[in-house]
Design a protein around this ligand. Structure first.
Ligand SMILES: NC(=O)NCCC[C@H](N)C(=O)O
Length: 399
């Protein structure tokens, strides 16, 4: 099966989403900050909103794969099952007695229930019978023996397709680091992905998918900030150059703040030569231009203004900007609510949250068709349509 992505905007044909499930019901006022949610979502409504998102994609001919289904199917493979059980119990926090008991519990589960536990975690009270041991007895009863993964919703971040290869990323926040064990197992063991080459792995320097934009065939922008490190950007550049997947990588410093955790929170592409962008950063954003030198070693120039560096690398005269909001206050509100975080289904056709009324109107005025979806509950995790989608196949944009 052909899986291939070389641009942000060419026609999307296959995408991986994650329909939120019991892992969202783990969020409480006690743990939502450490689990990277700004509120406590209403799970049923979040699922309805997500179903609306998936339906909008299917109506436009996009094949929707669900991470949960792929994981369940992957767990039918004995070695995938063993790897994922190892990963779930390997935390030194558990100690031997609890680890042994949780391992034997997981080994008894069928693929579907095991997938649920790997995604939703295992609460203290769900471990039965009482395994004894000091760790279990001393554990706070609100604690998890296996932590839940509510941010699986944001499939963008844990893997990135670059042409026919996939980079399984290395996530920076402890609350998310286990996600990549699941995506890695899917790509390594699910029959659909047999033969796919992995060009990055969770053991490497931090890189998150929300920071990686495929501006044009052969041109990547990588945000460097709260999540992706300079070393991560450098390593990914080296890998894509080595495999001839790209000729230029723009490393783009972004503020190390929650509001701008990834490059795609301030800038996403909506046409082959246009981005929707947070005006507060448009003029100040810079880029180091990394190109493949002799022996395909990365060579660094700059920094220079991002928009000009991007246009140059893409071989276009200018990268057009459509502003978030109309005035600074609306822009700040709508940036926070993922107004910049659109998912392009084709050039000039994107999915956006309906609540970002002004930004969506700006897009429409600029000739971009907006498919507006509900996201009042989904947005409490601080991610929009781009964050919630991992494109696996787009029609090739060429060259
Ligand atoms: N690409 C993205 O911007 N993803 C959004 C991730 C939100 C998630 N709650 C996080 O903090 O990692």
């Amino acid at each position: 099966m052909a899986h291939y992505v070389d641009s942000e905007v060419s026609r999307l044909t296959t995408v991986m989403l994650h329909r939120p499930g019991p892992e969202l019901a783990r969020l409480t006022p006690r743990n939502n900050d450490s689990l990277l949610f700004d509120g406590i979502p209403w799970v049923g409504r979040a699922q309805e909103e997500h179903d609306g998102f998936a339906a909008a994609l299917r109506e436009r001919g996009v094949e929707v794969l669900y991470l949960g289904d792929l994981l369940t199917e992957t767990l039918a493979v004995a070695s995938a099952r063993a790897d994922l059980i190892d990963d779930a119990v390997n935390s030194p926090r558990l100690g031997d007695a609890l680890r042994t008991s949780v391992r034997s519990y997981l080994e008894d589960q069928d693929p579907q229930h095991l997938a649920t536990v790997l995604m939703a975690g295992l609460a203290h009270e769900e471990v039965k019978p009482d395994p004894g041991g000091l760790v279990y007895r001393m554990m706070d009863t609100h604690d998890f023996v296996i932590d839940p993964l509510p941010n699986l919703l944001f499939t963008r971040d844990s893997s990135v397709w670059i042409r026919d290869r996939v980079a399984v990323t290395s996530l920076a926040m402890p609350a998310r680091s286990r996600e990549t064990a699941l995506t890695r197992a899917i790509y390594r063991h699910h029959p659909r992905f047999a033969g796919t080459e992995l060009i990055y792995s969770p053991a490497l320097e931090n890189v998150e998918g929300g920071d990686v934009l495929l501006l044009a065939p052969g041109v990547l922008a990588i945000g460097v900030g709260e999540r992706t490190t300079p070393a991560g950007a450098e390593r990914l550049a080296r890998r894509v150059f080595a495999d001839d997947l790209a000729h230029t990588v723009l490393a783009v410093p972004i503020a190390q703040e929650r509001a701008t955790m990834h490059l795609d929170t301030v800038c996403t592409m909506v046409d082959v030569d246009a981005v929707v962008m947070y005006p507060n950063v448009a003029d100040s954003l810079q880029a180091f231009t990394v190109t493949a030198g002799p022996d395909r070693r990365p060579q660094v120039a700059g920094p220079t203004p991002f928009l000009a560096a991007a246009a140059d690398a893409m071989g276009i005269e200018r990268l057009r900007i459509i502003d978030t909001g109309l005035d600074p206050v609306t822009a700040e509100r709508e940036q926070w609510d993922d107004g910049n975080n659109t998912l392009a289904l084709a050039p000039r056709l994107c999915v956006a949250y309906e609540r970002n009324v002004e930004t969506n109107a700006q897009l429409e005025r600029a000739g971009i068709e907006v498919i507006a979806i509900g996201g009042s509950e989904l947005g409490s995790g601080r991610g929009g349509p781009r964050c919630m989608s991992c494109p696996i196949e787009r029609v090739s944009a060429g060259a």
